[in-house]
Design a protein. Structure first.
Length: 55
């Protein structure tokens, strides 16, 4: 019975470690690619010259 319990704990620990490593790698890559993405720059406002009307 003790061997079966040890095997179950070993399997649970390995599945947990694998899940944690996959989530950690995903978050690291997501942050890395977010840093590589170019920042959107605000569009330049187009101005038009207007003549003053004197009446």
């Amino acid at each position: 019975m003790a061997d079966l319990l040890n095997l179950a704990m070993l399997v649970c620990a390995s599945v947990g470690a694998t899940a944690f490593s996959i989530l950690a790698a995903y978050s690291i890559l997501r942050v890395g690619f977010a840093l590589l993405r170019p920042r959107p720059r605000p569009a330049a406002v187009k101005t038009q010259a207007q003549a003053a009307r004197i009446s």
